[in-house]
Each structure stands twice: as structure tokens, then as C-alpha cells.
Design a protein around this ligand. Structure first.
Ligand SMILES: Cc1cc2nc3c(=O)[nH]c(=O)nc-3n(C[C@H](O)[C@H](O)[C@H](O)COP(=O)(O)O)c2cc1C
Length: 234
């Protein structure tokens, strides 16, 4: 698979088929992903992989916590700002509305939206859940390293014909996760990743998220307009 094809075919899959994935495939994906660069090669990522009974037990407890005591839980790092502003606010809203529209959920149908949100804690039915943590004694820069590792997992999964969904939703329930996997006290649970085979029939998987054009987020300096680009070279 060309690297562009791997990148372009990655998308957040939110419904997976009930097909198991052998441990060696997950190990392969993680070994490839670990080629991610990191400042000073510190490789700050830690991973717990859950499947089968272990995943079921974790998901059951997470579901209980998210339905009955959500206000008692919070993440150990700030992913999002307290107050949203443009252009980020608009993009954030759009992806939510597009997802509900794909699922036929009315915007004001809060119970249905909540049910969809809770599917996070089933790893969207994926057979494998990957939990990523970071040693809290490291610093902000290590989040960049983790991001590259996480993206590598998602791309290496494409190489195996698999799909993923990164899930920060787990970060809020690190206390529950700690009861199921031996996360070190000094580790922050950063996110989960659902890993499995895409259910191609599922409407939520057909959603296409837009991206800005390069001209809207990049400016170029010191280039010559007449310079030939590879596509114009014979
Ligand atoms: C670190 C990270 C955490 C995310 N957390 C969640 C999550 O908890 N639940 C969810 O449904 N999607 C989650 N997403 C998926 C984003 O909503 C998605 O990447 C974005 O809308 C772009 O869509 P695409 O992945 O299909 O290109 C997360 C993505 C990233 C990178």
C-alpha cells in the first residue's frame, strides 16, 4: 500500500465486524508503529491491549460508570479548551452533526446522542482495544511523540486491512481502566484505539470528514511561482 493510500484510507470507524484478530497481528502493528520518531528517541508510549473476556469486563464497568457516575470522572490532561472559538468550534460541531445525520439521529434527540456516545465504551464493537498511556513525569513534548505513535498504529492497521478509531473518551475513565489493567500510578491514560474490521454496511462508517485546502492552513515563502512542480515535469 502506498503511504498516501494508507493515510487517505484511514478514517474513524465506529462500527466493527465481530471478527477476532490474532495477537501476532496486533504485535506486528505495534512493532511497526514503534518506528515512530520521538524526541531523543525516548519512546514514551506504553500500551495495554485488551480483547475477549478482558475487554468485555472492562467495557461493562466503563458502561456502568459512564451511565451512572459520569460527573465523578475526569481526564488527567486537558485535550480541549474550556471555551471553544472559531474556526475550531464550527468544525467540531460539523463533525458531530454529520455523524448524527449519518445515523439518522435528530440534533435535539439527546438520549440517542448519548447512546451513540456510550458506544465509545464498547470500543464500537471492535474485537481489540488498545489503551495508550504516557509517563506523567515527562513533559508536553512527549504528547507529540505519542501522537506520531498513535497515527502509526492507525496506518499500520491499514497495512493489515484493518481500521481504527482513536478514542480520547477513555481518558475520562482512567480510574475504571486502572481496575482492569496495571497502569502505573505515574502513567496518564491518554486515549484508546478501537481496532478491527470495518463494518462496511454501517452508515456511521460512510461519513466523510472534510479537510481544509492547503492554501487555508499553509503559507509559502521563498518559492518561485514559475518553479516546476513534480506534476509538471515530463
Ligand atoms: C486523539 C484522538 C481522540 C479521539 N477521540 C475520539 C473519541 O473519543 N470518540 C470518537 O468517536 N472519535 C474520536 N476521535 C475521532 C475524531 O473525531 C476524528 O478523527 C475526526 O472527526 C476526523 O475524522 P476521521 O478520523 O474519520 O478522519 C478522536 C481522534 C483523535 C485523533
Amino acid at each position: 500500500m502506498h503511504v498516501d493510500a494508507a493515510i487517505r484510507s484511514r478514517k474513524s470507524v465506529r462500527r466493527f465486524l465481530p471478527l477476532s484478530i490474532p495477537r501476532h497481528v496486533v504485535e506486528h502493528i505495534l512493532q511497526v508503529a514503534a518506528r515512530a520518531p520521538s524526541g531523543n528517541n525516548v519512546q514514551p508510549w506504553h500500551v495495554h491491549v485488551v480483547s475477549g473476556q478482558a475487554k468485555q469486563a472492562l467495557c461493562a464497568d466503563l458502561h456502568t460508570a459512564a451511565t451512572t457516575q459520569a460527573e465523578q470522572h475526569s481526564a488527567e490532561y486537558h485535550y480541549y479548551p474550556d471555551n471553544w472559538f472559531e474556526p475550531y468550534q464550527g468544525r467540531r460541531r460539523a463533525v458531530g452533526f454529520d455523524l448524527y445525520e449519518a445515523l439518522g439521529i435528530e440534533r435535539d434527540d439527546l438520549p440517542a446522542r448519548n447512546q451513540q456516545m456510550l458506544r465509545n465504551y464498547q470500543f464500537f464493537d471492535a474485537p481489540v482495544g488498545v489503551l495508550i498511556s504516557l509517563d506523567r513525569r515527562l513533559n508536553t513534548g512527549s504528547f507529540m511523540d505519542l501522537g506520531m505513535f498513535i497515527q502509526n498504529i492507525m496506518l499500520a492497521a491499514r497495512g493489515q486491512g484493518l481500521h481504527t478509531c482513536a478514542q480520547a473518551a477513555f481518558a475520562w475513565y482512567h480510574q475504571i481502566v486502572r481496575r482492569h489493567v496495571p497502569l502505573a500510578d505515574h502513567d496518564i491514560l491518554v486515549c484508546g484505539i478501537a481496532l478491527g474490521h470495518e463494518d462496511r454496511e454501517a452508515p456511521e462508517n460512510r461519513m466523510e470528514t472534510p479537510r481544509e485546502q492547503v492554501a487555508n492552513f499553509a503559507s509559502f515563502h521563498g518559492f518561485h511561482e514559475r518553479e516546476a512542480s513534480p506534476s509538471t515535469l515530463a
